[in-house]
Ligand binder design. Structure first.
Ligand SMILES: O=C(O)CCC(=O)C(=O)O
Ligand SMILES: [Fe+2]
Length: 439
């Protein structure tokens, strides 16, 4: 079967690392999208989707934290895969194109794994849901996509939108809060794919008022992130040092980050609850608990820290540009050119130098992923039979660190860098890669 998911390249890795979120358009073919939308809407019309509900956190009469399930008006859904297993065969039987797309989830996973050179390792599709917001204001409150079971290893949420008629004013945008960066409000355009870190990315869906149903497929992947995800924020001349420190601490402890979001996005959070649910005692109880929890968290934060963050946030994005990157170098020697197909790239005998040769010949830019998951962008000018490389136009996140990780042939790396030219010995990197042996 030919590929159904569009390519996930190194731009995704950089965005996920820096912001914890990434988006691309034209993620599936137009015909596939139209078929899948039709299938899901048919299921909706036949009553196979049920009204979506959320457990609202409230304080119970005995003073404990409890949950009351509240339905979300105008939002319908069916979990078609739960805990890796088919859940609603009656829906999937009616949706052959959707089934084919889901059957290829491994392709999507492998592309993410390859693009991130496995600092993000997606092991399986844990859960999949089809969803229709039928208009009249259907919305989702601010939330994290925490899994229902505490031993699930959910790491990545992928949303695919199938809305060819969406227009400005319809609402239904997914609003993402990639702390410490600015909020982004993403229209649910047809064939748009949005991916983000499940447990650390706060998001909500704005009320949808369009005439045609808003269709969305949700995929949740399990796996391992070898670094906090999103990664410890790169230091940058444009970021305040203290702010970077605070963000790093929060990113290293997802429960703390989630608690902090209650303070940082407090008003938005309350408003999103009002947007998504009808007025009720349960809703008021949830708003009361939110307010109490926000105060409790805020009392644990030094006022000076909050003042600092208020002064410097949101940070401006200074992620490394990777759009024009022609190649990708994994931890170790493997370099995967984007224009090679995945399998060929994985199989390529890199020690014969053919990929490196091509990079030199084309003067193509490669993204080199170091063992510590920092990345440098460079052009390969030359290499020897040990694959020592001479790089030009090196751009990097954290200079000294990268250089010391790679190990330079010439001790005076800083001076070399000033000339924009950095010879280094990549060998140290390769010996770490068990599947490759140096000759
Ligand atoms: O409909 C969307 O855009 C996202 C829905 C969502 O966030 C969820 O189901 O967890
Ligand atoms: Fe969500």
């Amino acid at each position: 079967m030919s590929d159904m998911w569009a390519h996930v390249g190194c731009a995704a890795a950089a965005a996920l690392e820096e912001r914890g979120t990434w988006m691309r358009d034209d993620a599936v073919a137009a015909e596939t999208a139209a078929d899948v939308r039709r299938e899901i809407l048919d299921c909706f019309e036949q009553g196979l989707l049920t009204q979506s509900g959320n457990k609202l956190a409230v304080r119970t009469s005995d003073g404990h934290r409890g949950g009351i399930v509240q339905k979300k008006p105008h939002v319908y859904e069916a979990d078609v895969i739960v805990d890796g297993l088919v859940q609603c065969p009656e829906v999937l039987e009616k949706c052959p194109v959707l089934s084919a797309l889901l059957a290829q989830e491994m392709q999507l996973r492998k592309m993410f794994n390859l693009a991130t050179s496995s600092w993000l390792q997606l092991d399986r599709l844990e859960q999949a849901k089809v969803q229709v917001n039928s208009g009249s204001g259907g919305a989702f409150p601010c939330h994290f996509d925490l899994p229902a079971s505490s031993d699930a290893r959910r790491v990545l949420t992928v949303l695919l939108y199938l809305n060819p008629d969406w227009t400005e004013g319809d609402g239904g945008e997914v609003e993402i809060f990639p702390f410490p960066f600015a909020d982004s409000c993403v229209p649910p355009l047809d064939r748009r794919l949005v991916a983000f870190s499940s447990c650390t990315t706060l998001h909500r869906v704005r009320p949808f008022h369009g005439a045609a149903g808003r269709v969305c497929i949700n995929l949740w992947f399990e796996g391992e992130a070898q670094i906090p995800f999103p990664a410890p924020l790169r230091a940058s001349a444009s970021y305040d040092e203290q702010v970077v420190k605070v963000v790093r601490i929060l990113r290293q402890q997802p429960p703390e980050l989630r608690a902090f979001c209650k303070v940082w996005y407090s008003d938005l959070l309350a408003q999103s609850l009002r947007d998504a649910f009808e007025a009720s005692e349960a809703l008021e109880a949830a708003l009361d608990l939110h307010s109490a929890e926000r105060q409790a968290v805020e009392s644990r934060i030094a006022p000076a820290t909050l003042r600092l963050l208020r002064e410097f946030l949101p940070l401006e994005d200074v992620a490394i540009e990777v759009e024009d990157c022609a190649g990708y170098c994994h931890t170790g020697l493997e370099i995967v050119n984007e224009d090679l197909n995945e399998e060929a790239a994985e199989m390529a005998d890199l020690f014969d130098g053919s990929v490196l040769q091509k990079c030199v010949k084309d003067n193509s830019q490669v993204l080199i992923n170091c063992r510590n998951n920092r990345k440098i962008l460079a052009r390969v000018k030359a290499f020897d039979r040990h694959s020592n490389m001479v790089l030009e136009n090196v751009r990097q996140g954290e200079g000294d660190l990268v250089i010391s990780v790679l190990g330079t042939r010439d001790g005076d790396a800083t001076k070399q860098m000033k000339n924009g030219r950095l010879p280094f010995c990549a060998r140290e990197m390769w010996t770490e890669t068990p599947s490759l042996s140096c000759r």
